[in-house]
Ligand binder design. Sequence first.
Ligand code: GLY
Length: 391
Amino acid sequence: MPDLKEIITRGEVSGALRIAAAQVRRNLPQFTYKCQNHSSINNFYPPCENEQWTCGFWPGEIWLAYEYSGDEIFKYAGFIQVESFLKRIENKTAVAHHDMGFLYSPSCVAAYKLTGNEAARRAALLAADQLIARFQPVGEFIQAWGELGAKDNYRYIIDCLMNLPLLFWASEESGDEKYREIALRHADTCLKYSIRPDGSTFHTVFMNPETGAFSRGETCQGYSDDSFWARGQAWAIYGAALCCRYTGDCKYIEIFKRVLSFFKERLPEDFVPYWDMIFTDGSGEPRDSSSAAIVICALLEMEKLSQYDDSTGLNEYASLAKAMLKSLVDNYSVKDPAKSNGLLLHGTYSKKSPYNTCTPEGVDECVSWGDYFYMEALMRLEFDCDWEPCW
Ligand code: GLY
């Protein structure tokens, strides 16, 4: 891992958060009744309908900006988004997949936690029901995509760890343990089979539909089946941290340490990974700044947990988080709104390689979750331990 030369100061965090919140406000006229596309085009997001898996991140930024500033204009726009998300889940528009947490935690759980809004609560609970309907008892996992039970899609993906907090929340909120039960069963399957012996991860994992046994790991958005897709690694790191948060079970701490250790060893000089971690400095490949933002949030979550228990050996993570965030703020964040309507430059959604199956999109662009997690990281440092995420 590179040396922790410089870490971000309190003043720099506050300054960057002010710039981010101002950018969110500047975007309201274009995006109050629309969502932002998953990624920018030449660093500008076009608007889209509420139909993508990524549409929760823009309202998530609105709620972060409201929490940060207390400005009612954000609350007004946030509630318009909540109405749209309630309609989406009631009408089952583009929800035949597992990304209910990415959609409904930042948009509706955040709204409910901050304002007690009943439509937000109802939408998020309906989304949790939609998610558990994808649980496959044969193999014990939540099927990511496609027709339920289809043999050629009988798989889960590492990203789904981030959908589980919606289920933990739904159990706490409804008093019904079934959501939490399914979250734990999925998490245990995923963390058993997705992590390779060296601490790297498979993006997608196929299970045998007859026996439920592990079948094979395959990439979709990484370079190849045996490479190290940066964002998959980041989802594993934050996913393990959130399992710690919701269960207090030490087994997740060990998993967190393993996946983080692999990530740290592959970080380039400026702490921002290339889109696949087989690439290093000098490769000429694009970065994925969003992976850095996700990992910073995970590190700060674990740092927070360690405040209550210093026997876990976790309280070293804040300095790494602050070094990574310094790099993002100084060299990756948007400072001039004439150059971009996003918050964080140099993300990579899906880069085509000869060995993967993705559609090429959003290469070296802003990506909506990159913006969201960048802002979450800043909020975590601005408000210290008192701050509660939507996850
Ligand atoms: N969940 C898909 C991605 O991270 O691109």
